[in-house]
Ligand binder design. Structure first.
Ligand SMILES: [Zn+2]
Length: 114
């Protein structure tokens, strides 16, 4: 499963970060997850519990902030946030664009702990 390998790398990163910051306990991890990242949120949450087993962050919660898809339309010369990630086209003029500004990220950005 794709999400399981992502969960393992996130957990590894979180463990290293926790050690560097001398955190005794990690209560939660905050993650930015783009709707266009190709990751299924529920599958990642499930995999996260498996990946944390036996690590210093076992029992930590995974808080996922979903990042909507933001595109740039070269015709309107504007940025748009799409309500639905598929298809990737401008909501105003309907031309397709591959200029994705946000929505593909899988980014660990905060450890909550003490
Ligand atoms: Zn447009």
């Amino acid at each position: 499963m794709h999400e399981l390998s992502i969960a393992y790398s996130l957990v590894q990163l979180a463990v290293e970060t926790a050690e560097q910051n001398h955190l005794k306990k990690v209560e939660a991890l905050r993650l930015k997850l783009g709707v266009f990242s190709g990751v299924v949120k529920e599958a990642l949450e499930f995999s996260f519990d498996i990946a944390t087993e036996g690590t210093i962050i076992e029992g930590a919660r995974l808080i996922i902030d979903e990042i909507p898809l933001k595109i740039y339309c070269p015709q309107c010369e504007k940025e748009y946030v799409l309500k639905k990630p598929v298809p990737v086209k401008c909501p105003k003029c309907s031309i397709g664009t591959d200029q994705i500004l946000e929505g593909k990220e899988i980014e660990l950005y905060e450890l909550v702990g003490g």
